[in-house]
Design a protein around this ligand. Structure first.
Ligand code: FE2
Ligand code: FE2
Length: 514
């Protein structure tokens, strides 16, 4: 732990920092943001940090952000401070504090730079909270607590949260729901960044134009050039991997943000013209940002892997929400054109992994993604692994803790996928019905039909003997109510490191494979 910090005299009376959690900046090897909350405004909020075991501490003032919840009228105070100019692959200690309260301590480790060393990250979506708050109408399950312990056991460098964090929009006590969620993850997220994307249940009607104000207020995420949409989409680099976080509510056709609780209880909902259906809200800004980011990453000699994480899915065998045609129309052509390697999502409350896919089945009106033919035997393909130069692997990891258990309740036959092809007329006062259509799920490689809950770990090896790089994906699942997360699926993604290829070979391969 950090030593040598000069402690201020403590003054009784101020509430203690709580819900402490970390985020990486755009460069995970050198930037970490520390965020926390307090139940009232505090004086001189600040962060002190230094290398673990070091003698000197650096102090940084924190910014205050607040909002007042439209449903309950409660005001939420959050504090954010950024630690920059950090050394790569280095452990740090920190304390967050303000006048009149004892500091709260934590630790973090920065990412390795470039191809200098391996690292692990973990991911799941659809978390919910471990115990009921308010009238208990928001989703909760014991596994929402157990999964945090299971992640901690693997000691990842960071964790990706694939949307639907705590379902505050479904609760009569949204602020208490957030407090429960962040208090639950803090025992992990105060020691490693948890990097979230907003899902449809982060849309809290009345809290900001798209309902994302509570999410945006609580997290300090890399900028995307549009301050009003900060945190909704962003990018960061860890090692030789470029991570792109997307907000799919911008492109989805389905009406996922509607909440009867908020329609009936947010003062002024009916009179105020609040509309939870926000498809297209960025006016194309997010798509233009994504294309710029993908173009840059695909030309960057220091980047071997492009990993997208988002909430709603491009493919699904679960008859729950369904895959969304809007994602296929707007995102998948870009993923193909720029060679995205891996896409992680949630929303469907189960685990499903696709074959590598590229382009669509000939003549498919639903734009059904086409699985790339088995790679074996192709001379330009690395053996002993899925070579993602030829197709993008999609993995749905939606069993974080929401108690709506898809495997037990909503799986159809083994060969069927379901797609949201449109949404009915609806209004701000009634959820638009999805137009659901079926397709052959020729893209599906594996799904867990037995376990309700699970998460995945990703071991990145940036430089292997023979000039390859790999990501080993391991899915671990637990039965309902069980703390025992057992390995259920494993796949290795492998391809040549970019610097080992001839100049320009990657775009050429990508084009050939389409
Ligand atoms: Fe969900
Ligand atoms: Fe969702």
């Amino acid at each position: 732990m950090l030593t040598g910090l000069v402690r201020q005299p403590e003054v009784a009376g101020a509430p203690a920092p709580e819900q402490v959690h970390l985020q990486f900046g755009a460069d995970a090897s050198g930037q970490v943001a520390v965020s926390w909350a307090a139940p009232a405004a505090v004086a001189r909020p600040r962060l002190r940090f230094g290398q673990a075991g070091g003698q000197a501490g650096t102090s940084v003032d924190a910014d205050e952000r607040r909002y007042t919840d439209a449903l309950t009228g409660e005001t939420v105070w959050t504090y954010h401070a950024e630690a920059g100019s950090l050394e790569p692959d280095t452990p740090y200690g920190y304390e967050v504090l303000h006048d009149g309260a004892a500091p709260v301590a934590g630790t973090f480790r920065t990412a390795p730079r470039g191809r200098s060393g391996p690292f692990r990250f973990t991911s799941f979506g659809d978390h919910a909270i471990p115990a009921p708050v308010g009238d208990g109408s928001g989703p909760h399950s014991p596994n929402a607590g157990y999964v945090v312990t299971a992640v901690e056991r693997l000691d990842p460098l960071f964790h990706l949260v694939n949307g639907d964090l705590c379902y505050a929009n479904a609760s009569d006590q949204p602020v208490a729901t957030w407090t429960s969620y962040l208090s639950t993850i803090s025992r992990s997220a105060s020691h490693r960044p948890w990097m979230p994307v907003p899902g449809n249940h982060e849309n809290e009607s009345g809290n900001g134009p798209q309902g994302y104000l509570p999410f945006q207020t609580r997290f300090s995420l890399p900028g995307n050039g549009t301050p009003a949409f900060r945190g909704n989409w962003y990018a960061f680099t860890a090692g030789s991997v470029r991570f792109l976080a997307l907000n799919n509510d911008d492109v989805c056709l389905q009406d996922g943000g509607f909440s009867g609780v908020r329609r009936d209880n947010v003062p002024g909902y009916r009179a105020g013209g609040i509309d939870p259906y926000i498809s297209g809200y960025s006016g194309g800004r997010q798509r233009r940002w994504l294309e710029r980011e993908l173009a840059a990453a695909s030309q960057d000699d220091d980047i071997d892997w492009i990993v997208v994480f988002m909430h709603q899915v491009a493919m699904s065998s679960a008859h729950f929400n369904g895959a969304d045609l809007g994602i296929r129309q707007q995102w998948l052509p870009l993923f193909d054109a720029y060679g995205v390697d891996l896409v992680l999502s949630g929303h469907e409350h189960h685990f499903e992994r696709s074959h590598p896919v590229r382009a669509v089945l000939p003549g498919s009106a639903l734009l059904t993604p086409a699985p790339v033919a088995a790679n074996r035997g192709r001379p330009d393909v690395v053996t002993a692994g899925v070579d993602t130069r030829f197709g993008t692997v999609h993995i749905t990891i939606g069993g974080g803790g929401h108690p709506y258990r898809v495997p037990a309740r909503r799986l159809h036959g083994p060969d069927e996928g379901i797609v949201v092809a449109g949404a009915g007329p609806g209004s701000p006062f009634a959820q638009r019905k999805s137009d659901l259509q079926t397709e052959p799920n020729v893209w599906s490689a594996y799904r867990d039909t037995d376990n309700a809950f699970g998460f995945a770990s990703f071991d990145v090896v940036p430089a292997e003997r023979g000039g390859t790089t790999s990501i080993t994906v391991t899915y671990r699942a637990a039965a309902d109510g069980s703390r025992d997360y057992k390995e259920r699926d494993r796949v290795v993604l492998r391809k040549p490191v970019r610097v080992a290829q001839r100049p320009g070979s990657r775009p050429a391969l990508t084009r050939q494979a389409r």
